[in-house]
Design a protein around this ligand. Structure first.
Ligand code: ADP
Ligand code: MG
Length: 364
């Protein structure tokens, strides 16, 4: 039996609220891997994590690690947090201010009435793991934010949990420390081989750390895939926009033929598009469709090479000098795009070549 964390049909409706906080969330986190719940504030990330932790009771759904069932609303089974064998770190760290670092980390083991030798040894191990063995006698207020966050992590792993839950643990650190903390935290997770669910609204953090990313919006899971797949093949316009794709072109689908089709823009210009490995996508002849454009792959043609396939004419609406390059906002007959080029383009218009891998199909 493996120890994958399996979340099925998870739904939470707060009694004080009309809308559901999360609806039918299904996520499997493979044993030893790192999954990030990514989405804007209020999309249901913390609610999902808190249901796994046992801090919230879901309206429906089940949560288990291997065959260890922690929540199953169909059977009225909801284990309290302390019986779940999980470690958790919050954004606020939630250290006990009146306890020294050692006692903060030792707290759960003391509750379990472990022998004091064992407690001492395991607390020291945990503090060594986070590089704080020298600071065991300090109080939290005597530590930097980054050090407090490490204490919280030592406390979360000291009981050797099966699953580690992290809710925006780095967001109180300043930008410079945050970047090194991500690398450090990911390294620690891999060293421990601990199944981890991480919550953030920061897409670069999610991309840098995760084996799998679960993109959420308004309580619903939008896409659950490895970072490369989220980047290369965002499932829909929400996911594309959330990961920073800002350019879309709308047209009418024509010549639909298996894995190929043509998008006809209002100007009559034609874009050849391909399905690649997105086989679940259903094309409808004559339907109005928007495709996302990965603008860093678009080639700006300074000469008017309009005969070339997938070349579209655009009017320049803004130009911004960024030092090493220029950024342009351009208007096509199918929508506006943002482009960058090292060339200072003269005149009011340009031609762009859109290679097949710059065009992303969106499912919805
Ligand atoms: N205790 C609560 N009572 C009522 N509504 C809540 C409560 N906690 C969260 N919500 C609502 O549930 C939704 C999801 O919240 P949350 O999971 O905290 O989002 P996130 O962590 O992604 O920012 C939001 O609309 C939020 O207002
Ligand atoms: Mg939250």
């Amino acid at each position: 039996m493996n120890n994958d964390l399996i979340i099925e049909g998870l739904t939470k409706q707060f009694v004080t609220s009309n809308s559901v906080a999360i609806a039918d969330v299904n996520i499997t986190v493979k044993e030893g891997t790192f999954t990030t719940l990514l989405g804007p504030s209020g999309c249901g990330k913390s609610t999902t994590l808190n249901c796994v932790a046992g801090l919230e009771q879901p309206t429906a759904g089940s949560i288990r690690v291997g065959d260890f069932v922690m929540t199953d609303t169909a059977r009225d089974l909801i284990l309290p947090p302390e019986q779940r064998h999980l470690g958790m770190v919050f954004q606020s760290y939630a250290l006990w201010p009146h306890m020294k670092v050692f006692d903060n980390v030792a707290f759960a083991l003391k509750l379990q009435k472990r022998p004091s030798d064992e407690i001492k040894q395991r607390v020291q191990e945990s503090l060594a793991l986070v590089g704080l063995e020298e600071l065991a006698d300090r109080y939290p207020f005597q530590l930097s934010g980054g050090q407090q966050q490490r204490v919280a992590l030592a406390r979360a792993v000291v009981s050797r949990p099966k699953v580690l839950l992290l809710d925006e643990p780095l967001s109180n650190l300043d930008a410079k420390i945050r970047e090194s903390a991500r690398i450090w935290l990911r390294g620690l997770q891999q060293q421990l081989g601990i199944t981890t669910v991480y919550v953030t609204h920061d897409q670069s953090e999610a991309f840098a750390m995760s084996d799998m990313i679960a993109v959420m919006s308004m309580g619903k899971l939008q896409q659950y895939a490895p970072p490369e797949e989220i980047y290369e093949r965002p499932a829909n316009r929400f996911v594309a926009e959330f990961i920073g794709v800002t350019s879309f072109i709308t047209g009418i689908l024509q010549n639909v033929d298996g894995k190929k089709a043509t998008l006809k823009l209002a100007s009559g210009e034609l874009l050849n598009i391909r399905k690649e490995n997105k086989s679940d996508y259903v094309w409808k002849e004559g339907e109005q469709t928007a495709v996302a454009i990965r603008s860093e792959r678009v080639e700006v043609l300074t000469e008017g090479a309009s005969e070339r396939e997938n070349t579209v004419k655009a009017q320049i609406t803004t130009r911004t000098y960024l030092g090493s390059k220029w950024q342009y906002t351009v208007e096509t007959s199918g929508g506006s795009l943002r482009l960058e080029s090292t060339d200072a383009i003269q005149g009011d218009s340009l031609f762009m070549y859109l290679p097949p891998d710059s065009i992303i199909l969106l499912a919805g």
